[in-house]
Every structure is written in C-alpha cells, then in structure tokens.
Design a protein around this ligand. Structure first.
Ligand SMILES: [Zn+2]
Length: 272
C-alpha cells in the first residue's frame, strides 16, 4: 500500500503551525501526499509586524505565509475554501460540507486531521471546521450524497482514519503565564485552551527530528507571531522544550481498529 495521502483541515493560515507543523514535516519527508485545506485567508487576524501587512493586504500576505510554510514542511501547496474569517458558523453549512466531500473524493486521503469539538480554545471558526469535517468524512463514503453520477472525481471514498489535533493537559501547564491559565484573548476576554487528559489521547507523534522545520514553518507566519516572540528571540529554548517536540491526537474514526496503547504513527494499522 502507498504512497499514503493525508489531508489536514483547518480554519486559518497558521492553524497548522504549532500543533501540526512537525507532523506535516514528518509525513512530507516520508514521501506521503500531504494536503493542508484552510477555510479562510485569515483576514480577521492581528498584525504583529506593521511592516509585514496592512488590513487591506493581510489576506494576500497570509496566503503567501501559508504557501511558504507548506513549502517548508515539504507538503503540497495549501487549498483555500475561500470563506470569510470569523464567520464560519454563519456561512452555508451544507455548501461547506459539500466542498469538503468533493475534496475528500478527489484527494482520496487515508487519514484526515482536523480540530476536536473543543476548537483548541473554543474558537467558533475552529468548531465549525470540526463539524464540517466530521460530516464530510462520513458523507464522502456515502454514494447517496453529493454524487452526480457522471463525475469520476465524485466517486465515494472512505477515509480510513479521522483524527482530532488536541493539546494535552500537561502541555497547558507549561503554557501558563504568571500563574494564569493559557488563553487566547478574543473581544477583550481570555478564552482558555482546552487540555485533553493524557488517558484520552490515542496518538502522540514524536517530532524531535523535525523541530527545525517546524520552527521555520511557524516563522513563516510573521504577521501572526511577530519578531518579539520566542520563536525569533529564543529559538534554541523553544526547540528543546518537550511541549514543542510532541504533537497530540485523538483517533475519532477508524476502519482499521483501535490502538491498544498509545500510537506513535497516524498510519498505524495501514502500513503493511
Ligand atoms: Zn485558527
């Protein structure tokens, strides 16, 4: 079997970087076909470096940032669904699911990765993408849905494994600042990260061998992190940090059984 195809579905350019960058680099290096699908161009994001973008240029700049990041990881150029940043729960949900069903049938991934129902920190765009992807994975296999009968690219396809990318509770402890829980400020208030208990995490990918690539991928998203972030000011410290060196996943659907212990490979059960 192989080469294997992996498809990652996110909401914003940069969603892949911290939680998935090492995993993308690993499977890219293994020769897998790896695709990053992003619902928006991130035009509602902040601009941490005023010389990098203006509110007008931000969507184009962020598209280019993700293109460079994907090149860095060694995966295919990103695919954009062209939805407005910050409004994903309000767009036509059936159309969004339909777009993903068609992509799944065209790319025919063995493995799909998206957000969990927590949306990492409750971000409603992330949560919308979670539900679209779960629905699309199920419907892509069902010939009753989104098939016009004539198009070969619309042949049903069953994804073998669906994963949620998650943050582990113990990783959050490290991210706490000044005794305050790790959070992202939205509309002026902090939304806490959701930490998954270790016993609920099915899959841990050791990305120690890819930390430099992961760091370079994160740095591609300059508008979102800024030159004052530790990714620029203290890179040696970042790449040595245990939280940076492992990426955590929860297996949500599988046609190849369930792991006994903790898996260390998204393709476990699929390889010969
Ligand atoms: Zn995001």
């Amino acid at each position: 079997m192989g080469p294997f195809t992996l498809m990652v579905v996110t909401a914003h350019p940069d969603d892949e970087a911290l939680g998935l960058g090492g995993t993308l680099a690993r499977y890219g290096a293994e020769g897998c076909e790896v695709y990053v699908v992003t619902a928006t161009r991130g035009e509602a994001g902040q601009i941490f470096e005023p010389d990098a973008a203006t509110p007008v240029t931000l969507p184009d700049v962020r598209e280019q940032e993700l293109r460079r990041a994907c090149q860095t990881y060694g995966v295919h150029p990103p695919i954009f669904l062209d939805y407005p940043d910050g409004l994903l729960p309000l767009v036509h949900q059936g159309q969004a699911v339909g777009k993903l069903v068609r992509l799944i049938r065209r790319l025919r991934p063995h493995v799909v990765v998206t957000f969990g129902p927590d949306g990492v920190y409750g971000h409603f765009d992330h949560i919308a993408v979670h539900w679209w992807t779960v629905a699309a994975v199920d419907l892509a296999a069902d010939p009753e849905w989104f098939s016009d009968g004539s198009d070969d690219e619309c042949r049903p396809h069953r994804v073998d494994k669906l994963y949620y990318r998650v943050v582990a509770e113990d990783q959050l402890a490290v991210m706490a600042q000044n005794g305050r829980p790790a959070a992202v400020t939205r509309d002026g208030v902090p939304f806490r990260f959701f930490g998954w208990k270790r016993e609920t995490i099915t899959t841990v990918i050791d990305v120690s061998g890819y930390v430099e690539t992961k760091l370079q991928g994160i740095r591609c998203h300059l508008t979102q992190i800024g030159r004052q972030s530790p990714f620029f000011t203290a890179p040696e410290m970042v790449v040595q940090a245990p939280w940076f060196r492992q990426e955590n996943f929860v297996l949500a659907r599988s046609t190849v059984g369930w792991p006994e212990g903790v898996e260390d490979d998204l393709l476990a059960g699929l390889r010969d």
